[in-house]
Ligand binder design. Structure first.
Ligand code: NCD
Ligand code: ZN
Ligand code: ZN
Length: 345
């Protein structure tokens, strides 16, 4: 099977950073062209920690949408040690908050106000379990003694296994998984435990950070891993298992903040997101599995209706610009200066 075009149910992005202000206005149209909905990450400064903040952020996103767009932002709350069970009840009843995001304090971009010790928020998790509100996780330990490349498997072993035992009914998503260990844990979990997988972790291994010199635009968290892990993720994404669904983790940062002595983590992929997934699936002859991964599994997990319209991708290479505008500051998109092999019609 080597089709020149594919048409399938419009996808959703279950893990997306839209930022705010001018950057939001600059990056949102790329997502809105491709996806019907997105789970919007709450790691703004200050974080989106209350329903009132989520409602206001949602209004800013809607105001930034291009004319005529039907895109729907699905909001999340940033879990802090100040979050209360009452906040969870309010969120569950709000109709606009679809999940709560757990950042281990200091684990990633804007995670300083995350949770130091999970035990401190157990009453909150108890309420989430009761309300059926999913917990989304940046699944890496922050222990400085743990090797950066092992932080996800150690999180799975130390924290996630415990969490699944303590809260057996809690709906959970292990976000942007990067290792065979994480994929195995999720595969063996009940249906209410899921995982998102990014395009970069399906297409690149850790060589991409270092080959030909240090490549800051391939730096994200969790960091890219060995080839065997990439292969395990491709297997998880393309085997039809409903635990796994699309989440780009597209994370725009200004070019100057990436190309810096202390470059920040995050890869921008919204300009070619579904096209890049198509490449990854095509590479293993699994284009027929793309629709379920991109358009069905996430909606089913979040108990939302599947989309009813479609998109079409053409097998037609196009060159990604060296830079794009991130709202008055340049940004460097994934594949900058080289080709993407599928084009959105
Ligand atoms: C994300 C960001 O920039 O907000 N960066 C990243 O490398 N993935 C944060 C995150 O998702 O961990
Ligand atoms: Zn993260
Ligand atoms: Zn993210």
């Amino acid at each position: 099977m080597n089709p020149t075009q594919i048409t399938f149910t419009r996808p959703d992005d279950w893990h997306l950073h839209l930022r705010d202000g001018a950057m939001l206005a600059a990056v949102l149209p790329d997502t809105a062209r491709r996806f019907a909905r997105a789970i919007v990450m709450p790691n703004l400064k200050p974080p989106v920690a209350t329903v009132a903040q989520a409602r206001a952020y949602r209004e800013r996103i809607l105001a930034a949408l291009p004319e005529g767009s039907n895109f729907t932002p699905l909001m999340t709350l940033y879990l802090t040690e100040a979050t209360t069970p009452a906040d969870i009840i309010e969120a569950a009843n709000s109709g606009l908050v679809h999940a709560v995001k757990y950042y281990p304090a200091g684990a990633t971009t804007n995670a300083a106000q995350g949770v130091g010790e999970l035990r401190r928020v157990f009453p909150v998790l108890e309420e989430m379990q009761k309300q059926g509100l999913p917990l989304l996780m940046h699944g890496e330990v922050t222990d400085p003694d743990v090797d950066v490349f092992d932080r996800e498997p150690v999180f799975v072993e130390r924290e996630l296994s415990q969490l699944r035992r303590s809260f057996p009914e809690l709906r959970m998503v292990l976000e942007h998984i990067t290792t065979a260990e994480a994929a195995a844990f999720v595969r063996e979990s009940p249906a209410h435990v899921g995982a998102t997988i990014t395009p970069q972790h399906l297409l690149l291994n850790r060589n991409a950070i270092f080959v030909g010199g240090l490549q800051p635009h391939h730096y994200c968290l969790p960091v890219l891993k060995r080839e065997r892990h990439r292969q395990a993720l491709v297997q998880a994404a393309t085997c039809g298992d409903p635990h796994f669904f699309l989440g780009t983790d597209s994370a725009p940062h200004p070019k100057h903040a990436k190309e810096s002595a202390c470059g920040c983590a995050g890869i921008f992929s919204s300009h070619a997101a579904i096209e890049l997934y198509a490449e990854a699936f095509d590479a293993v002859g699994a284009l027929d599995k793309l629709e379920a991964f991109a358009s069905f599994h996430g909606a089913d997990f979040y108990r939302l209706p599947r989309n009813t319209d479609t998109i079409t991708l053409l097998r037609e290479p196009w060159q990604v610009p060296d830079e794009v505008d991130f709202g008055g500051t340049p940004g460097v998109p994934m594949r900058a200066g080289s080709h993407v092999h599928w084009r959105l019609r």
